[in-house]
Design a protein around this ligand. Structure first.
Ligand SMILES: Cc1cc2nc3c(=O)[nH]c(=O)nc-3n(C[C@H](O)[C@H](O)[C@H](O)COP(=O)(O)O)c2cc1C
Length: 167
């Protein structure tokens, strides 16, 4: 099997594209995330795979929580700006307003729908860690139920496949 084939096949897996919010003390962050799914009903657990070198990885470990922010599929520009550590200023991350959830993590005011999760368990791998979070709160913004959320195929960006530069 060629690495190129494995890359191409993994890229065909349909994924949502969202922002993960995290926080440790005064440090707040948001990050573009595509590996996200529900993995249990009782408790309701949401799994995210996060690069071990990402700022978000450290903040989720330190803060013990994360948020998943699903976004309007008409506004995919946001995902490029959150693919590096975010600027936190005046209750905003990269100019996008956030509020503090019950666990302390940032939740994006503009998110169409959001989940707030308390870290339940961490499974460590070489390049990424799997964070399993128990949902402690969730909601829609006004009118959010009727807005289609962003998916990987709404952009030309790719994520996944085999390890390469940067790892
Ligand atoms: C379209 C797209 C999807 C991404 N999906 C993930 C993902 O699922 N997991 C991950 O660890 N990084 C993912 N990334 C990369 C992170 O967004 C990127 O490494 C970011 O710099 C990490 O942010 P941080 O260091 O501010 O936490 C993705 C990037 C893009 C552009």
């Amino acid at each position: 099997m060629e690495a190129e084939t494995l890359n191409a096949v993994t890229w065909t897996i349909p994924n949502a594209l969202c922002l993960v919010g995290s926080r440790s003390g005064d440090e707040w962050n948001g990050m573009t995330q595509s590996w996200v799914t529900q993995v249990s009903m009782d408790p309701v657990l949401i799994a995210i795979g996060v690069d071990r070198k990402a700022v978000t990885n450290r903040l989720v470990r330190e803060g013990g929580a994360f948020s998943v922010n699903l976004w309007d599929r008409e506004d995919t520009r946001v995902f490029r700006s959150f693919s590096k550590p975010a600027v936190h200023e005046d209750s905003m991350l990269n100019g996008r307003p956030v509020r503090e959830g019950s666990t302390g993590v940032p939740i994006f005011e503009e998110a169409v729908a959001w989940l707030e999760c308390r870290l339940w368990q961490t499974v460590e791998f070489e390049t990424h860690d799997l964070f399993l979070g128990e949902v402690v709160d969730a909601g829609f913004r006004d009118g959010g139920r009727d807005i289609p959320v962003a998916r990987m195929e709404d952009t030309r960006m790719k994520y996944g496949g085999v390890r390469r530069g940067g790892h």
